[in-house]
Write a protein that binds this ligand. Sequence first.
Ligand SMILES: Cc1cc2nc3c(=O)[nH]c(=O)nc-3n(C[C@H](O)[C@H](O)[C@H](O)COP(=O)(O)OP(=O)(O)OC[C@H]3O[C@@H](n4cnc5c(N)ncnc54)[C@H](O)[C@@H]3O)c2cc1C
Length: 466
Amino acid sequence: MSTPIGEVFALLREKFRGDLVRPADPEYADARKIWNAMVERRPGLIARCNDVADVQLAVRAGAATGVLTAVRCGGHSLAGFSTCDGGLVIDLSRMREATVDAPARRARFSGGSMLGTVDTATQKAGLVFPSGVVSHTGAGGLVLGGGTGWLTRKFGLSCDNVEGFTLVTADGSIVRAGSRENSDLFWALRGGGGNFGVVTEFEVRLHPLTSVLLATSYCIGDDIFRILGDWREYMPGAPDALKWNISLRLVPSTDAIPTEIRGVPAASLSLAWFGDAEEGNRCFERVFAIGRHFARTKETMSFLALQTMADADFPHGRRYYTKSGYFMALDNRTIEIMVDALPSIPSPNTQIELAYLGGAAGRVAASETAFGDRSAPFIMNLLADWVDPQGDAANVAWVRRAFAALRPAMKPGVYVNFMSDDEQERVPEAYHERWERMVKVKSHYDPKNFFRLNQNVPPAGPPPKG
Ligand SMILES: Cc1cc2nc3c(=O)[nH]c(=O)nc-3n(C[C@H](O)[C@H](O)[C@H](O)COP(=O)(O)OP(=O)(O)OC[C@H]3O[C@@H](n4cnc5c(N)ncnc54)[C@H](O)[C@@H]3O)c2cc1C
């Protein structure tokens, strides 16, 4: 008797031009893996699409058989949404192309592209698309969820720079969404994640930029409080040219770090400046004058070097767990809770990532896109990162403990791309006053919730029959 996943295979076998990978195939072991090794799933079929026609075939086959279906671009979903047990994975990794129209400062890239695909193509023309900070992240998931990175304050979120999407919807049709075409869908796709279909092409705006001034350092002891105190006061009035991130963590034990501070709780500072170099230098010197800074660096680097410098710090195959939230302000008690959590960090790579939004991203009206809250500018991401499965319980517990202690001071809301798989009840919180509109768009384009492996917005009412 044929199984539903066997039926999907039978439906695809003749016309599908890409690869169909099944559990018995030699490439299956690699093909099923995603970035976060905490997510160990065994799909029944991985359909590596060659082109849009393959995506349509795969969506139609999945929908016709009712088989649980995941969509994978870069496979970096922290929650593991780009795979499933026993079902179908629509894998877009062969659809990685970017074309640039330099005079118009526009680009198009396909739905399986990684950030590196886009950066490499756009930099050839001296242009940038604002995205994330690790080049092996998938552009598909990142852009659809919102997309924050080094250029967020200067040029806005990734989704703020999208002008059009082409997608395959749940009935297999090709639909374009832009400001003048299916504008509700266009609104929903900018922050709404993978809820509405498989995006096969993004049309985006670019900006001129090729290099950046970057400074880094570590502060320890009471200087952690001094520097965080300055950061929270300074950032609301800071120029858009400055992106200043702080990670609270244990100082890594690498050659570049003085031995006396290795393993010590610290604030790790990264300051990027996208503007006049003299002004940037003055800005950095002001920060470096606060307390004592260890392992201090300052350099001008290419945009591509900036975009790839963290790649090795977040490798595929380690174990990751995250919880995230927003703050309107960072009060002293909140800072104390964060700093108090540092000595009990169970793994050397685990950290509390802090970023200040504002700038161009903060000036986009809340109603303009589905992306969650822009009014609470402090974003915190508790990111546990470890190697040994035996460390699972300790690392997950550390994140949950710190999150529970910090939660009362947070503004309700969460960035969907920084959520784990145990937080589906927070999805309405992520969209709050935009929720009803999201449900309406979802109900129109995906009434049976075919695309449900995501930060899911269920359609209204019971699924229609047939
Ligand atoms: C190392 C690392 C660094 C990160 N850095 C940043 C950062 O700097 N800024 C930031 O904002 N986020 C960052 N993130 C979070 C990131 O935005 C999310 O993990 C995002 O989902 C990754 O996208 P992906 O395409 O690799 O994911 P996948 O796992 O492939 O997919 C994630 C979700 O998006 C959907 N999806 C993906 N592509 C498509 C498509 N073409 N059409 C429809 N649905 C699709 C999937 O179905 C799934 O629900 C980072 C994550 C990692 C692991």
